[in-house]
Design a protein around this ligand. Structure first.
Ligand code: URA
Ligand code: ZN
Length: 383
């Protein structure tokens, strides 16, 4: 039996130029090099607590974050044929406005060149199928802090001309005040027009007090912000887009949600019910134009979900709201969640997701193949 094509649509890099930029910084996000030991990456504000000794803040950051060869080894070890690499959080959100365009162009060009060079080395005549060799594509980053939205729109249009860019990755802060911001209209329009996929990914989480503040960080590390803050952030961001009628105005917008949509699949019914019972909205007798489209329709036509949810229940919810299995795509979240023991080659975070897919779609060979790679190849036109 031939094994199916495997495409990883959730896999991050910090290109070397980005690492150098983080090393030059002293405020979040930054990289700190202790006198002894590995460099540390401090990207969550909850990590930057003066009560935590500087050499212990954040998490270790090794070459897996920036060296593409380490990712290629990881792909080979885990049976991944193709990766759609994306800059990791917090992307370019923190840049001073005059710097944003320059860095976006540099990082996006770096990503394009990395993919082009690698693919040319494994498939010089461009005749081989995706399966059985390693191929790279990328989601680009946007200069969201640029002084004018037109700069962002122009970058989206430029990205459409780069052969290995298949979409853009974005956090939930938009231009600084969330994704229900009317000023994002031209950006949604440009994404709609170019049909570049928007990969929506969390970073900011919830205020650390929601989890018990610094004391909780000291006791529980990253469990609460990553397990709960990230998924809720995604859920809130998409719900705000829905409430702001973004999907009414831009019905062809295509979005891939990280971590199987956070908690959106599970909460969709409750969100819809709260909208239908909200007196503020015109349709219910109020004075604010509420969303016209049902969340169920949006989930089936505008939203794709990754399969980075580590369990059968989450995958079942994802395919239930997607109206089938053609909107779900395998991912790893590499290089985050590495094995804790040195020398361990197999990543538990990856095998858990493989196992959950096998268990959820047991006996459905075609569905497993679609989720592992077929859907991504179709949606992102990877062939
Ligand atoms: N996954 C990510 O993409 N980013 C993090 O910071 C942690 C996990
Ligand atoms: Zn991620």
């Amino acid at each position: 039996m031939s094994r199916p094509l495997v495409v990883d649509i959730h896999t991050h890099v910090y290109p070397p130029s980005y690492m150098a930029m983080l090393r030059a910084r002293k405020t979040v996000p930054y990289i700190h090099d202790p006198v002894n030991g590995e460099p540390r990456l401090i990207i969550l504000s909850s990590d930057d607590d003066p009560a935590i000794p500087i050499d212990q803040r954040g998490r270790p950051v090794d070459s897996s974050y920036s060296d593409i060869n380490v990712k290629l080894n990881f792909m080979q070890q885990h049976g991944i044929d193709c990766s759609v690499i994306s800059l990791a959080n917090p992307w370019l959100d923190f840049l001073e406005p005059p710097e944003a365009q320059k860095w976006a162009e540099q990082i996006n060009n770096d990503l394009e060149v990395t993919c082009a060079k690698h693919n040319a080395s494994t498939n010089p005549d461009k005749t081989l199928p995706l399966q059985g060799r390693s191929t790279l594509f990328a989601f680009a980053a946007l200069p969201l802090s640029a002084p004018s939205p037109q700069i962002i729109v122009d970058e989206i249009k430029r990205l459409k001309t780069l052969p290995h860019i298949r979409g853009v990755i974005m956090g939930t802060s938009g231009l600084g005040s969330g994704l229900d911001d009317d000023r994002l209209g031209p950006i949604w329009a440009a994404l709609e027009e170019t049909q570049l996929l928007l990969f929506l990914h969390p970073h900011y989480g919830l205020p650390s007090e929601a989890f018990g503040g610094a004391e909780a960080t000291g006791r529980y590390g990253h469990v609460l912000p990553l397990a709960l803050g990230f998924p809720l952030e995604t859920t809130i961001a998409v719900t705000r887009m829905l409430l702001a009628r973004v999907f009414d105005e831009f019905p062809r917008l295509q979005i891939l949600l990280a971590h199987s949509g956070g908690t959106l699949p599970f909460l969709a019914g409750r969100i819809e019910s709260c909208i239908l019972h909200e007196r503020k909205f015109v349709q219910n007798g109020g004075d604010v134009p509420g969303p016209q489209r049902s969340i169920w329709g949006v989930l089936k036509t505008n939203i794709f979900l990754d399969a980075v949810v580590y369990g059968v229940a989450g995958l079942k919810a994802a395919v239930t709201v997607g109206g089938g299995t053609d909107r779900l795509m395998f991912g790893t979240d590499h290089p985050f969640f590495p094995p804790l023991n040195e020398g361990e080659k197999e990543w538990l975070s990856v095998t858990t997701n493989y196992k959950a897919i096998d268990e959820t779609f047991e006996g459905e060979k075609d569905t497993v193949a679609a989720v592992l790679g077929g859907n991504a190849a179709r949606v992102l036109n990877l062939e």
